[in-house]
Design a protein around this ligand. Structure first.
Ligand code: BES
Ligand code: ZN
Ligand code: ZN
Length: 494
């Protein structure tokens, strides 16, 4: 699909407009008197109320007009536009329409013109994503030309600039989705590192790429990371990307991102039951989300210095695999009694967080599909945030709110910190009960954060995939959620 921005009307097979309702009165949002008149007479014969997402089709002079209801336009929020428009766009993808034109400013409601155009463009790019590389019959988008018509030439320069930014973010989100959706027999640690390296070298000019292989990870004494990799047929990889902004002073904020990249989680010797194992290819979602956010932040010229550290391995079983009861020393010198090999994410993160701490950042943000307990606490729609710094947590919460992504803070209390202590080693890798599993995992991670570093942990176990209620995400498979929020934070956007 070819997407163009036009500042004067062009002929298309279909034109998309919006209508709103106020005190039961329905009005079409267009300046064109001709269409307004046709709409008034056609509408009187139907029950179209222009409620949110309701659609109505109209023929005028050989063009089909698709009219999308916004309900009360003063209450139409940006997320309403994403969800409504995403649904409309998805239903059109399979139709034989050569050219479709969207009258962007018709959807303006209470937004400003530039953000309306951005939101429409973003929704189109996110809703157009499919993962069909293994299907003989592709679910191709049949729309050849999509025009976003902006009836205001003065906006041209502004829109062009902001849509570039939207494109960079959405392209990065779709890369995150591709990585998460990829099958684990294809995307194992070695391949995952290669794909990220190739993309970063090609698209992220100036970013330094360092990849640590098994012997380098051994030299780093990352015993916890290696213990998870012990049962694997593949080598672990630690991908380290660094970005420095053009203008850098002593005051430039330095952020490190640390992602869980378990390419498949069998549970190890603490084997998952078959039905819980299905879907565990998404256990590298934290690393893919942060790579997406890093990529978007770099392409959109983040003012911060950013390091992105991604720890990659599967959690597999063979005769070499780590058994429960093992005691392993991590890079920081802390020993961990491994009581459950299925609590592996925190082990690889422990060494990666310690490595990231040594880079001297002001802040560390980690993301991981870390606990099933996160789904019990917050469902599949809300991301958990925990950490040691209120300012960082509240800024990330603000970024999520600005992007209409759901995030909720859970506490870390001393009782849970104590609960993660082992009788025979410094720490153990599971709590004594099943309760508060998301927080006990975070209480474990906290031990590996360097002194005076602000830290926030995102447990994306619920939000990483299958967001069937969001029309701009695939109903099954990777959502790409939280990339927008983290990128927003890294770009210091309002
Ligand atoms: N990758 C899983 C977390 C997970 C489980 C995410 C289910 C989404 C759905 C993680 O490695 C894991 O298995 N965690 C265990 C920890 C437990 C053994 C303390 C869990 O959540 O059951
Ligand atoms: Zn696990
Ligand atoms: Zn896992």
């Amino acid at each position: 699909m070819n997407i163009k921005f036009e500042y004067q009307p062009t002929a298309s097979d279909m034109v998309i407009l919006s209508a709103h309702s106020k005190n039961e009165k329905v009005s079409l949002n267009t300046k064109c008197k001709d269409i307004k008149a046709t709409f008034e007479s056609a509408k009187s014969k139907t029950s179209f109320k222009a409620s949110k997402g309701e659609t109505f089709t109209l023929q005028n002079d050989g063009t089909t007009f698709l009219i999308v209801g916004m309900g009360d336009k003063t209450k139409f929020k940006s997320e309403c536009l994403r969800r409504t428009f995403g649904k409309v766009f998805r239903s059109l993808r399979s139709k034989e329409l050569n050219s479709v034109s969207i009258d962007a400013l018709s959807f303006k409601g209470k937004f400003d013109s530039v953000s309306t155009c951005e939101l429409i463009y973003e929704t189109v790019l996110l809703s157009d994503y499919v993962f069909d590389k293994y299907k003989k019959t592709k679910s191709d988008n049949k729309i050849k030309n999509l025009t976003i018509f902006i009836d205001d030439k003065k906006l041209k320069a502004k829109v062009q600039k902001s849509t570039e930014r939207v494109f960079n973010t959405c392209e990065s989100i779709n890369i995150t989705r591709d990585l998460v959706n990829e099958a684990p027999n294809v995307l194992h640690s070695e391949e995952y590192a290669k794909i990220v390296e190739k993309d970063a070298k090609k698209n992220l000019k100036g970013v330094k790429v360092k990849i640590l292989n098994k012997s380098m990870i051994k030299k780093e004494k990352m015993g916890l990371f290696l213990s998870v990799n012990a049962g694997s047929a593949k080598e672990p990889r630690l991908v380290h990307l660094s970005y420095t902004p053009k203008k850098v002073t002593k005051k430039t904020k330095h952020v490190a991102l640390v992602g869980k990249g378990i390419t498949f989680d069998t549970g190890g010797y603490s084997l998952k039951p078959g039905s819980s194992m299905v879907g565990m290819k998404f256990d590298m979602g934290g690393s893919a989300t942060l790579y997406g956010a890093f990529r978007a932040a770099v392409l959109n010229n983040s003012p911060y210095k950013i390091d992105c550290v991604l720890a990659m391995t599967d959690n597999a079983v063979n005769s070499e695999a780590t058994t429960p009861d093992s005691i392993v020393r991590g890079r920081k010198g802390i020993t961990v009694e491994i009581l459950n090999t299925d609590a592996e994410g925190r082990l690889i993160l422990a060494d990666a967080l310690d490595y990231a701490s040594d880079l001297g950042p002001d802040e560390i943000i980690d993301a991981a599909t870390l606990t099933g307990a996160c789904l019990v606490a917050l469902g599949t729609q809300v991301c958990a945030i925990l950490g040691n710094d209120n300012k960082l947590i509240s800024s990330l919460k603000k970024s999520a709110a600005a992007q209409n992504e759901y995030i909720w803070e859970l506490p870390i209390i001393d009782e849970w910190r104590d609960d993660m202590k082992s009788k025979i080693a410094d720490l153990k890798n599971i709590g004594s009960t099943r309760y508060a599993g998301t927080a006990t995992a975070a209480a474990f991670l906290e031990n590996f954060i360097g002194k005076d570093i602000a830290w926030a942990h995102l447990d994306i176990a619920g939000v990483c995939d299958s967001q069937s209620h969001l029309s701009y995400c695939n109903p099954k498979g990777a959502s790409g959620l939280m990339v927008r929020s983290v990128a927003h934070y890294l770009l210091n956007e309002k």
